[in-house]
Ligand binder design. Structure first.
Ligand code: NAP
Length: 487
């Protein structure tokens, strides 16, 4: 529920942001004023200026407080200046308010020529927005080997998949694709595929299809008009949605929304484009369309449609277009383009159509941290990651010697995922980072923490280890994958 002011209007938080952000936001707010929607705003800071004041997150408490109150944000792009802060202020905002769904629609615009003009591209990328490699959990495991953890939860998958189907229904779309790399990352990316296939039958009115993400990229370039909604993991969605922006005329036309159960943040896909900052030449459409998405979220469907129609009419008329469309030597000023849209409020384009929207029903996924409760579970072994200068064979022999007499046996050693011991005959270049897989002798029973500690102490007496991973079975199914070449 939005915050309602004393004058009965819906209150939002506006963050002008960095670079071209303030120009874009100014343009959007002028249009919002002109359309007369019952929306008020309070302006708050985040980004470069805040980092430079020494605040490490780039998001000051007054901004967080305002968002907690209004729950709806219209923001410009934010920069993390080099040398300040470790984390991006954007990611901080998305995570702080658990905006788990990143919605990136693209459509063909009249008079914005692209190689795809006339093919009617109109699709939405729904990107999971908080998990995956963007959890930002990174370690240097050896001085020369870095690791980023890719965490995908069943709960996160369920939220984003349900959201994508609900979005399809709200927007009258008939098809949802789920794009994953489940053929390689069977557990993590495979989780999204499995959850998608499990939930799809609950939406019999919508066609559901899984697609491998690399083929999805290929199909998007070849025949983008076949897609309506694509739901995908965070990293895939980041890349695919920049690709889809380019199909319809570039980042100047790509809006987005970050939606959570409590808070929603609306912003362009583009960044602060510093080289254009303050020059009054950039295209504010992406931010204006992000505001249109915000108006729909606030149930202001009429104002949203009026603005979208005015944008389409202005482009269709073709008299006032920005430099990214017609070349910066001939393009209209940002302010001129804004005025043209304002003058066209109330007009309807001749051919381009605005889609009819219904309020979206946000999925209700139980808050319980546990989403899967297996009937049985068992620790059957452990992967010990070691840093070693040795080549695989001497390392294997040393480990076998070290664990002699313990409850574990060395099953295999892999180097960056490929089995290198016992030797397979494969020609593998190795680095000083090995995963050594130990299983309980005989395969029965369960490994105890004491036994694992004993194993690690034996290994640690001669080798440097840096990471342990228990090998678990849930309901009899292995909760781990095999190395390339492992039997
Ligand atoms: P960018 O700011 O998106 O700009 C890349 C290029 O896209 C521009 O040089 C320009 O292309 C075009 N462009 C972007 N917005 C445009 C607009 N409104 N109108 C016309 N053309 C537009 O990407 P970047 O240069 O990689 O990033 C700059 C900064 O923004 C970085 O600090 C980055 O971290 C930050 N960033 C923030 C966000 C966010 O807040 N959500 C998102 C992305 C990046 P041409 O050069 O071809 O004219």
């Amino acid at each position: 529920m939005p915050y309602i002011t004393e004058s009965g209007k819906k209150l939002i938080t506006v963050i002008p942001g960095d670079g071209i952000g303030p120009e874009c936001i100014h343009s959007a707010l002028r249009i919002l004023e002109a359309v007369g929607a019952p929306v008020e705003w309070e302006v708050r800071e985040a980004g470069a200026s805040v980092f430079r004041r020494g605040l490490e997150s780039g998001v000051p408490p007054e901004t967080i407080e305002s968002i907690r109150k209004t729950r709806v944000v219209l923001k410009g792009p934010l920069e993390t200046p080099v040398g300040y802060g470790e984390k991006s202020a954007n990611v901080t905002l998305r995570k702080l308010f658990e905006t788990y769904a990143n919605v990136r629609p693209v459509r063909e615009f009249p008079n914005v020529p692209t190689p795809y003009s006339g093919r009617g591209i109109d699709l939405v990328v729904v990107r999971e927005n908080v998990e995956d490699l963007y959890a930002g959990i990174e370690h240097m495991q050896t001085p020369g080997v870095a690791q980023t953890l890719k965490l995908i939860s069943r709960k996160g998958c369920e939220k984003i998949v349900r959201f994508a189907f609900e979005l399809a229904r709200a927007e009258g779309r008939k098809k949802v694709h789920c794009a994953t790399k489940s053929n390689i990352m069977k557990l993590a990316e495979g989780m999204l595929k499995r959850v998608f296939e499990e939930i799809a039958p609950e939406y019999p009115d919508i066609e559901a299809q899984h697609i491998i993400v690399d083929n999805c990229a290929h199909q998007l370039v070849k025949r983008p008009e076949q897609f309506e909604v694509i739901v995908t993991t965070n990293m895939n969605g980041d890349i695919l949605s920049d690709l889809t922006s380019a199909l319809v005329g570039g980042l100047g036309f790509a809006p987005s929304a970050n939606i959570g159960n409590e808070v929603a943040i609306f912003e362009a896909v583009h960044g602060s484009a510093p080289k254009y900052a303050g020059k009054n030449v950039i295209n504010p459409t992406a931010v204006i369309l992000s505001m249109v998405m915000m108006l729909r979220y606030l149930d202001e469907f009429e104002a949203a449609e009026t603005i979208e129609n005015a944008i389409l009419y202005t482009l269709e008329e073709g008299k006032v277009r920005t430099g990214d469309v017609v070349g910066y030597d001939r393009g209209a000023k940002t302010t001129e383009y804004t005025e043209a849209i304002i003058a066209n409020l109330g007009k309807r384009p001749r051919t381009a159509k605005v889609r009819q929207y219904r309020p979206i029903r946000l999925p209700q996924v139980p808050a319980d941290p546990v989403s899967v409760r297996p009937r049985s579970r068992r620790v059957i072994g452990v992967d010990v990651f070691v840093e070693s200068e040795l080549y695989p064979e001497p390392l294997g022999r040393l480990l076998e010697e070290l664990v002699e007499g313990s409850v574990f046996r060395l099953k295999m050693i892999s180097n960056r995922g490929t089995k290198v011991y016992p030797p397979t005959g494969a020609i593998t270049d190795v680095v000083d980072h090995y995963r050594c897989r130990f299983l309980l002798h005989g395969g029965a029973g369960e490994a105890t923490d004491e036994q694992i500690v004993d194993l690690v102490q034996r290994i640690g007496s001669r080798l440097r280890w840096m990471h342990l991973e228990k090998l678990q079975e849930f309901d009899g199914a292995p909760g781990f994958t095999k190395a390339q070449g492992e039997d």
